[in-house]
Write a protein that binds this ligand. Sequence first.
Ligand code: SF4
Length: 412
Amino acid sequence: MVTSTSAIKSLKTTAEVSALRKQYYARAQQEPEKKVAWHSQGFPVEILQAMGVVPIDLENYAAVISAKRLASTYCMAGERAGFSPDVCGYARIFMGYMLGKDIPEAPYGGLAKPDVLMVNSYSCDSRLGWFYALSQQFNIPLFVLDQPHQPDGGSDLLPNAVYTESVLRNLVSFLEEHTGNKLDIDRLKGIRVLARRAHEIMHQINELRKAVPCPMGSGDAFTVLWPINFIRGTKECDEFYQKLLAELKERVEKGIGVVPEEKFRLMWTGLPFWYNMRFLNYPEDFGGVVVIEGMILFPRRYRMLPLQDEDPIKDIALTSTRQRQWPSGIGDAIKTVAQVVNDYQIDGVVVTFNPSCRLSCIPQQELLNGLTKQGIPCLSLECDMADERTYSEGQVKTRMDAFIESLLAQKS
Ligand code: SF4
C-alpha cells in the first residue's frame, strides 16, 4: 500500500515543470490543425519540431498515469486486452488507456489523436512490439528509426553515422509524405543550438551536485529532467535551465543543502517508482540525500559533443552515434558508476530492479555484483517503475532502514 506519492522538492524552479508539462499535453488539443506524432523515448524530437509536427512521448504519458496512481487499473485493462504482465509496464498502461473500458479519466483529458507513430529500434523489444501493435490495431503509419547496435555505447565508426544519416533523411521523407509538412533547415539549426545549451547547462548542474551539502537531490532531479527530454530546443526549455542553474549556483554559494545537516549521500540506479516519488525523500528523515542518479548516467550523458557538421541532419547522425545515450557494455557501466561514487562522495548505491523494463533491469545484477566486489555498499530493491502492484511500502522501507543504519554505523 503506497501512502505518499510525489517527491518533496527543494528548488523553486522545479515547480515550473508541472506547467510546462501541462502545456505540452494541451498543445496538440489546442491546435487541432497541427499534425501529431506519438513517439518513443530516444527519438530526435528536434526534427519533428522543425517540421511543425507536435511530438508526444508515450513512455512519458504512461509514467504520468503511474504518477497519478492510475497504473494498476490501466495495467489490468492492458492485460485484459492481451498484454502479458511480463510486457513493459508502460506498454500495458498505454494499451489499457487505448483499449480499456470503464477506466478512470486519463490525465490532461487524454492525448490528441496521432497522424504518425515513431519508434527507435535499439532500446528494447517491448517498445517495438508496443508500437507495432498500435500501428496495426489503429491503422496509423509507423516509422522505425533503425540505428546500428553499438554494444560499446558511443562509436566513431563512420558507416554507423552514414547509415543513421540515411535513416534520418528517410524520416524526413516519411513525415513529408504523411503530414504534408516540410523540413525548415534553419529552424532545425536554431533548435539544435538551444538543445545543445540545455545539455551543457544540465552538465553544469550535475557538476554542482558534487557540492557538500548537495544542493539538489533526486526528488528534484527526476523532475527537472523533463524539459530536456521532451521540449529540448524550445525557448521555454532554455529559460527553464538558465533559471535552474542560477538557483543552484546560489544554493551552492550559500551552502544550502537538501537537508539541514547532511550525514550520508546515496546514488540511485535504475528507474524510480513513479507512483511513489516521495520515497526518494525518505533518507532525508535520517540526514541522507540521494545526490545523483546512475542508470541514466547523468554526468556523462549531458556532456554534449560540439557541432559535428554544419548540416543539422548530419550533425544529429554523427552526434547520436558518437554519443549514444544508453549505457554501454556492463563493464563500462560498472566503471562509470564506481567513478561517480568517488566523484560525488557517495556512501551507498541503491540498485533498483524494475522487472518489466528489461533494458534497465537486466544489467542490474552485474552492476550490483561489480560494485559489491569493490566494497561499495549497495541496497537492491525490486519494484516496477510503473506497475505499483509490485510495490510493498513496508518491505521497501524496512530494507532502506537497515541499509541506512549500516551506513551510519560505518561512518560513526
Ligand atoms: S521496457 Fe523499458 S526501455 Fe522498453 S519501453 Fe518499457 S520502459 Fe522503455
